[in-house]
Design a protein around this ligand. Structure first.
Ligand SMILES: [Zn+2]
Length: 307
């Protein structure tokens, strides 16, 4: 068994301002917890490469990628939307984040790793084909899924998103794409106020009310996610791993615990093992309480690796 841990120092240099919750320390909190738990020595560490233009343009129009590049400031901070900003280091961080997801896919597809976790920022699941929003610039998990389908030649992949926010960008990119099944859970009504109306037949969203916790989440997974995943039989699983539904995370009002993240990871691993030769790639999304993020990511990675 081997589990790849993919990150890059450039992802720590992306800085949207002093009081922004999506801050560089998030990645340090994950690494710190991996050290404290002893997991760090069990992982195969890789440096994230810069995503290539052709990898990004499978998901985003070239005009959008170019507009992001042109928006990057020489000094200071430039806002792409009210929540999402670029500093002089953001362009490279965004390319590393998407590049990590591509490398993770290649490592797992090439049997150089059984599973992989990308500890990267900026996150990706709110980025639509042509719009950055909600702290996200390029849709990292979508870039990875398209790489698996269009470069690695898989026919069917699934994306599971347990971030507290609806993965509207991923849904925008893959709605009605019969090669992709997406399962998600998120607080509703809550930012970005989507995911419950006019959803495509390949999207299985479970909105959760404010205050919902382990019981409601596990019911959603057992009753909605698992039957759809078993029916679809994905050849590979991608996870949009946001940890902001944790009870200690005050970004939102769900009440998940690290045990829930370990549990759902095992469920998804079981599907990957049954239908996809165990292929599973996870990419960090949200998670803003640093201690809860560290513990949750560690529990997730421990389950991912079967340690
Ligand atoms: Zn989130």
């Amino acid at each position: 068994m081997s589990t790849a841990f993919i990150t890059h120092a450039d992802c720590m240099k992306h800085d949207m301002g002093e009081h922004h919750p999506e801050r560089p320390e998030r990645l340090a909190a994950i690494e710190d917890r991996l050290i404290a738990s002893g997991l760090v020595g069990l992982l195969d560490r890789h440096e994230a490469p810069l995503a290539k233009m052709g990898e990004l343009t499978r998901v985003h129009p070239a005009e959008y990628v170019e507009a992001v590049r042109m928006a990057a400031p020489q000094h200071g901070i430039v806002h792409l939307d009210p929540d999402t900003a670029m500093c002089p280091h953001t362009w490279n961080a965004a390319l590393r984040a998407a590049g990590a997801a591509v490398l993770a896919t290649d490592l797992v597809m090439g049997k150089r790793a059984d599973s992989a976790f990308c500890s990267v920022r900026p996150p990706g699941h709110h980025a639509t084909r042509n719009r950055s929003m909600g702290f996200c610039i390029f849709n990292n998990v979508a870039v990875a899924a398209k790489h698996a389908l269009e470069y690695r030649g898989l026919a069917r992949v699934a994306i599971a998103d347990f971030d507290v926010h609806h993965g509207n960008g991923t849904e925008d990119i893959f709605s009605d794409d019969e090669r992709v099944l997406m399962v998600g859970s998120f607080q509703h009504p809550f930012y970005p106020y989507s995911g419950t109306e006019d959803t495509a037949p390949n999207m299985f969203n479970v909105p959760l009310a404010s205050g919902a916790g382990s019981r409601e989440f596990r019911e959603a997974v057992e009753q909605v996610w698992m039957p759809e995943l078993e029916r679809f039989q994905p050849q590979m699983i991608f996870i949009s791993a946001g940890f902001d539904a944790h009870v200690e995370d005050d970004m939102a009002m769900l009440r998940f615990t690290e045990a829930d993240y370990a549990w759902v990871t095992q469920k998804l691993k079981d599907i990957a093992e049954r239908f996809g030769e165990g292929r599973i790639v996870s990419v960090l999304e949200g998670g803003y309480s640093l201690p809860a993020l560290g513990r949750s990511a560690a529990a997730h990675i421990k389950a991912l690796g079967g340690f």
